[in-house]
Design a protein around this ligand. Sequence first.
Ligand code: ADP
Ligand code: ZN
Length: 673
Amino acid sequence: MNRPARYAEVALDMPMAHALSYRIPSSLQGRVAAGQRVLVPLRGASTIGCVVRLTATSRIRGIKPIRQLIDDQPIVSADLLQLSEWIARTYCASHGEALFAMLPGPLRRGRRPPPAVAAEGAEMSRASPSEPRVPPLALTAQQTAAVQRLRETLTAGRHEVFLLHGVTGSGKTEVYLHAIQQLLAQGGDSIVLVPEIALTPQTLERFTSRFGAAQVAVLHSHLRTSQRLAEWSRIAHGLAHVVIGARSALFAPVRQLGLIVLDEEQENTYKQEDTPRYHAREAAIERARLAGAAVILGSATPSLEAYSRAQEGRYTLLTLTERIDRQPMPVVELVDLRRLPSRGGRPVLSPPLETALEHTLADRQQAILFLNRRGFSTFIQCRGCGTVARCPRCQVSLTFHQAANQLVCHHCRHCEPVPNICPSCRGRYVRFRGTGTQRVENELARRFPAARIARMDTDTMRPRDSHEIVLTRFRRREVDILVGTQMVAKGHDFPQVTLIGVVNADTALHLPDFRAAERTFDLLTQVAGRAGRGTLPGRVIVQTALADHPAIVHASHHDYDGFYREELRHRRALKLPPVAALAQLTIRARVEDHARTAADMLLRQLQAVRRPAAILLGPSPSPLYRLRGQYRWQIMLSARTLEQLLARLAPVRALRRIGRARLTIDVDPWSPW
Ligand code: ADP
Ligand code: ZN
């Protein structure tokens, strides 16, 4: 016989190893369920928690009662509760931290969800799309094949992960729209995740014009708090059936989840950089598995993780090899900077790029100049042959540390003194830090005084709107040349752009990051994908001092498979993801000694357990050794599988301090600092 639940386990939004037990007072008997928020006493104060389980007995004596019920009904569904448990376990967070991260800010702080207000025109049922919506496009043969395969799974209502590998401009979004359309007709809900940077009015328009704004909910970080909460309520009450948003939209409280789409699944913004440090791709797949829903991962340049799983048959591969209307892929020309005279330093614009800009302006067409400035680190490059000092063990480029006059490998922690001359050509080494957009803009203004130039980067773009203003001006042809960082590279569709110039393709290659080549390949492919999207053919000019680097060579040939094979071989040799699972443990303290000592203590704790087999690297200084007044050390832990990695982390997973320092554990790290 079932005994009545008299106790509740409550998860709190703070680091702790377990949920806490509380007694359900008689006044609340029968009214408490998992997924409801409550106020509970903790160290003399009232704290918000969420009930995760009810129990009939408790072994704790003098157990304290729940003080108050915040919700009459659960606001976290059973599958999201389970997902939060999975996130906590996989990413070394507490259950409460994972759970509260799923809720909009005000709900974390104890506000009650507002009543759901239907958007205009919502009285129409989803089965009768009578609103003047934009009809679906007639699909190409390749799109049809992909949609048909998706349809089988959606009709069957089973869990399956698809990798939609389609070149830029091949119409992946149209495939998503068809899948969502079918699901709507079946009464199912969809969640579409896009990288924050791609969450533009243009993207949203494609969804709202197809399904009607009433059915679509948008969740992104630029919404006002009240708007976010209103959208959340609309979804929770079953008024919106298509949710679009950045990473955290993954936790939207849809009721009939049938499909999650991750567009540009390789983007690093899908990895959350604060606790809980989850990866949206992995969490989306787990949520879909729990709900029996399908997942579509879309990309022109899939992550090695996704593509290797597709090769192993764990994901179903769908391919779109042709651009819409069979537009040819743009021709990519490499300009080898090593062959240019280097008198007075390298020019920003090589002669071929300068000539191409001249022609573009003369023909009254538009150009984009792209700069990759992600990165802070200084590396050492030979002036003569372009060789960058690399780690003898793992080939990751070495970072120059001025204070110590040393080169450090931020992967395996190898250290060496700074060489004076290049070992391959005896040329002189120079310190190098990429060029800024400002410098490119100045150079263009000097060279082409009549051209209308606009700049777009994170420095010039404080309010979100200014970003949109520049793009609108560019689209209206009020700007001839747009200069920008990665934010111009992704997702935009400018049919009248005929020239793309990449000022320096190499900068990302020199980051102390094992994904450097993958990111460079991705960026170059995306940048090249911006060219030739209209009726005019596109031309791409890439300036590089590493014209024979695999990432650059394969990107210039639009050869994903070639790049993938070469990069996977490299990862396999070095036991890096996707062939291994990694965790990065960072120790930080204001006093240099405290950090160092704590790092050694942590290493000993990790060494105390010997099984399952794992590799420990470090401790070594972080690539950003001093950050916000703190000294930082890192230990890297690597194991063959995620399960083995988590087993080795078990003794330290709940620690947030060690000695006199703070500890963070990042499972599946995407940022080396
Ligand atoms: P991707 O997401 O693969 O880069 P998009 O979905 O943005 O590609 O499609 C590129 C362009 O082609 C868009 O302007 C889109 O409206 C158009 N398009 C997509 N599918 C079709 C189709 N079947 N017929 C005509 N145009 C299409
Ligand atoms: Zn190394």
